[in-house]
Structure formats: structure tokens, C-alpha cells
Design a protein around this ligand. Structure first.
Ligand code: PEP
Length: 254
């Protein structure tokens, strides 16, 4: 059975009081039993949000980014070791905004994954095609290569502690979500690509989340797809009622 996960990526939003209020309202508004809910607040509020959810079962927390370096003279960077020292459990790696605006390519992402594993963090590795690749019909090749170029370099044990998020870039923050069929097709593709290299049985146990304009209205139909194991949610994760409805949609699925 794959673990169902609903992750909220707050990006560069909220100030301290808003972050703790948001975490409080959501963690007291639902009791997830079948899924794990993960908050990804901005770095300065990680400790505060962690305290808010300390007694909420099936709520967890992670960082939106980490350094590819172990430590030292890298002004402004945050290492994996720092994150585990404040009990972070998860970290996002390869989000399209990091790939695009901060030029993070395959090599850096592989180093970030290594830092995560060495320090006991579970990465959510994001992949997904831009609009041009989708329009030209090259999305299968494009996403397949994102998986092959980085995840094929992992050991089976490392892959086993990785979560994947398929996030078509044309759907992120645009309100134009992938159809349930498009999501299912790509999740199945990702699983098939992983099976080229890793044990099929292990690949079947890996959670693959969908991200890209998930909201209260479309969550159920997307999460109902066979190979969709939850969602990575941006905009709607900042709205208490919307995010609660998204969690409830996941919980309502057998
Ligand atoms: C994201 O940034 O990971 C994301 C999926 O954003 P949104 O839900 O706003 O499209």
C-alpha cells in the first residue's frame, strides 16, 4: 500500500503570525487517518510551525529547499544537517521554480538528493514539462529524461525513501490543471521509467504526487486515479478551507 500524502508548499508567502495561524487552523480542522499532511513553510518559520503541529498526528513538516553543499562558506545557504538538527523530515528538491529561476540542473539536484539522504531527510523530487514540450508532444520524453538523468543515479535504498511529484509547469499557479487522465498517464509513465532500472515491486511502493492548480473542486477526480498518491499544492494550501477540503478529498478515497 502506498502512503497517501498531501503537501502544502507555501513558497515565499506568510509572515510569522500568518504561518502559525495557518498551521493551527488546518491541523485542528481535520484528523487525517489515511494520509500524511506535510507543511512546507518558509525557512524562518520552520521551528514555529513544527511546534504548532507537535501533537497533531499525521502532520509533518519539511523545508522548501536545501543546499547542495555540506557546509562552510556559502553565505545564505541552508544545509541538510541544519534541517535535521531542527527535526525536519522532508525537503523539496527540483521544484520547477528552483530549476527555472535559480538554474538548478540535474547535477545540483543529484547533489541535493545526496545531502538529503546523508542527513536522513526524505526528498520530494519534482519533475514536469513546460508548455512547449506538452504542445509539441515531447512531454513523455522530457519527463522520462528528468527521471533517468537524476533518479537513475540513486541506490535502490535511496529511491525507496524518495517521494516524486509530477508537476506540469503549465499547470502550476495557472488555474489550468491537468485532466485526471493526463495526470494518470504521466504517473504511470514515471513508474514505468523507474522500472527500467529498479525492482518493479519497490517502484510500486513509491508515492507519486500530482501538483499544478489542485483545488477543492478538482482534488477528488485527480486523487482518484490509480497511480496518483496525493498532491503537492501551492496556492490552495494557503487557504484554510480549500486545503482542508483537499485533505478530506484524499481521506475519502478508499
Ligand atoms: C506548486 O508550486 O508546487 C504548485 C503546485 O502550485 P499551485 O498549486 O499553485 O499550482
Amino acid at each position: 500500500m502506498r502512503r497517501k500524502i498531501i503537501a502544502g508548499n507555501w513558497k515565499m508567502n506568510t509572515i510569522l503570525a500568518e504561518a502559525t495561524d495557518l498551521a493551527k487552523a488546518i491541523s485542528s480542522g481535520v484528523n487525517p487517518e489515511k494520509s500524511t499532511v506535510i507543511f512546507f513553510p518558509p525557512f524562518p518559520f520552520l521551528q514555529n510551525v513544527r511546534e504548532v503541529i507537535a501533537n497533531a498526528s499525521n502532520f509533518s513538516i519539511g523545508a522548501q529547499n536545501l543546499s547542495s553543499k555540506e557546509g562552510g562558506a556559502y553565505t545564505g545557504e541552508v544545509s541538510a544537517k541544519m534541517l535535521t538538527s531542527i527535526d525536519m523530515e522532508y525537503v523539496l528538491v527540483g521544484h520547477s521554480e528552483r530549476r527555472e529561476y535559480f538554474n538548478e540542473g540535474d547535477n545540483i539536484l543529484f547533489e541535493k538528493l545526496n545531502q538529503s539522504f546523508e542527513n536522513g531527510l526524505k526528498p520530494i523530487f519534482c519533475c514536469g514539462e513546460p508548455l512547449g514540450e506538452r504542445s509539441s508532444g515531447n512531454h513523455v520524453q522530457y519527463v522520462g529524461d528528468q527521471i533517468r538523468n537524476v533518479l537513475f543515479l540513486l541506490t535502490p535504498q535511496q529511491l525507496n525513501s524518495t517521494i516524486i511529484a509530477y508537476e506540469p509547469i503549465w499547470a502550476i499557479g495557472t488555474g489550468q490543471t491537468a485532466s485526471p487522465e493526463q495526470a494518470q498517464e504521466m504517473h504511470l509513465l514515471i513508474r514505468d521509467v523507474l522500472k527500467e532500472k529498479f525492482e518493479p515491486e519497490m517502484v510500486e511502493s513509491i508515492s507519486i504526487l500530482y501538483g499544478g492548480s489542485v483545488n477543492a473542486g478538482n482534488a477528488l477526480s485527480i486523487f482518484g486515479q490509480k497511480d496518483v498518491d496525493g498532491g503537492l499544492v501551492g496556492g490552495a494550501s494557503l487557504k484554510v478551507n480549500d486545503f482542508l477540503d483537499i485533505i478530506k478529498a484524499m481521506e475519502s478515497i478508499g
